[in-house]
Design a protein around this ligand. Structure first.
Ligand code: UT7
Length: 328
């Protein structure tokens, strides 16, 4: 089997304290707890406080990952933040995080791959380690989706939550670490899941506020079909590249968007649901933060043991999708 180049030296996660339940949505919108649970599997989601920025959630997750790795801020050489919800358009969340941590020796930059961002970030971090360009690479998935969610649109409002997850990657020392990965993009379908307003095509305007084009828009059913197809593709490809099959997987940690998509992905990969980590019920879809939050939680509740084969599978706006196999 492939020898890993990069391994996880630390993990961390941050979830805001405030919880928005399906009952809260029943009071706000024409929806029901039954519809939300049956169509998505979501019961509640965490929502950031007004002053709790994407960068602050990223900082809290990073400090845990650094403490586990036993390193201080000056040892970090690279900070990669995957986010679809930057605190402002310029400069990056990664720059704010570098300042918040006091990581004065680190190069910091954001990457944009929506829900797939953290898996993309891990692959970029691994490549930097392989090229000898980094040895202590902090990879974040951090999102304040509540800031770009239209709480008058029942088809999207009930889906999203806020949070952050962090991994500290360092050179592998033995057989534990990243064994294979697979990344894919199809930009022709961008308009099925997007934020049309606020960029250079439609700069901020009174019109944009009125027509809500600043918020996330999604053609749910079309996105659903693409997610099922793409996550199946991703699961197969990373396993093939590692020379493994679903039977070898001890834990599948998929992007947590919808329980029905998760079940379809597991079925395609021939992985029984007992070997799938699910927390979409308690977090909703936290985009790039969903897999690191789930991985961190899986570890804390004893579902991850050293040596286990773990498959990460993701899908998001773009469309972007991808997967990663690691020996934990
Ligand atoms: O993070 C990666 C990207 N995101 C995803 O992977 C999400 C993918 N999509 C989905 O998870 C699902 O498509 C949704 C959960 C968003 C929607 O579920 P669906 O089963 O595809 O429902 P639908 O969009 O086909 O809508 C069915 C009905 C519609 O009513 P009519 O036209 O049949 O009368 C909607 O208006 O459900 C209605 N509906 C709702 N009803 C109650 C939509 N949202 C709600 C709601 N409460 N919150």
């Amino acid at each position: 089997m492939t020898k890993p180049i990069a391994a996880f030296a630390g993990l961390g996660a941050c979830s805001p304290e405030r919880i928005l339940t399906n009952a809260d949505f029943e009071r706000m919108l024409d929806t029901s707890d039954t519809w939300i649970r049956e169509r998505t599997g979501i019961r509640e989601r965490h929502i950031a406080a007004p002053d709790q920025t994407t960068a602050l959630m990223a900082r809290d997750a990073s400090l845990q990952a650094m403490a586990e790795a036993g390193i201080g801020p000056e040892a970090i050489d690279t900070i990669i933040v995957a986010t679809a919800t930057p605190d402002r358009l310029l400069p990056s969340v990664a720059c704010d995080l570098q300042a918040l941590l006091g990581a004065r020796n680190a190069t910091a930059f954001d990457i944009t791959a929506a829900c797939s961002g953290w898996v993309y970030g891990l692959v970029v971090g691994e490549a930097m380690i392989a090229a000898g360009k980094g040895e202590r690479v902090l990879v974040l998935g951090a999102e304040k989706l509540s800031a770009i969610t239209d709480y008058t649109d029942r088809s999207t409002a009930v889906l999203f939550g806020d949070g952050a997850g962090a991994a500290l990657l360092s050179p592998a020392n033995g057989d534990r670490g990243i064994l294979s990965s697979y990344l894919k993009t199809d930009g022709t379908l961008a308009e099925l899941l997007w934020r049309p307003g606020g960029g250079t095509v439609h700069p901020p305007s009174d019109e944009m506020i009125k027509d809500h084009s600043y918020y996330i828009k999604m053609a749910g059913r079309e996105v659903f079909k693409n997610a099922v197809r793409s996550m199946a593709d991703a699961a197969t490809k990373a396993l093939e590249r590692a020379g493994l099959t679903g039977a070898d997987v001890d834990l599948l940690v998929p992007h947590q968007a919808n329980i029905r998509i998760i079940e379809a992905t597991a079925e395609h990969a021939h992985i029984p649901m007992e070997r799938v980590y699910v927390n979409v019920d308690r977090y909703g879809n936290t985009s790039s933060a969903s897999i690191p939050i789930a991985l961190d939680e899986a570890r804390k509740c004893g579902r991850l043991e050293p040596g286990m084969i773990v498959l990460l599978v993701t899908f998001g706006a773009g469309f972007t999708w991808g997967s990663l196999v690691l020996r934990w």
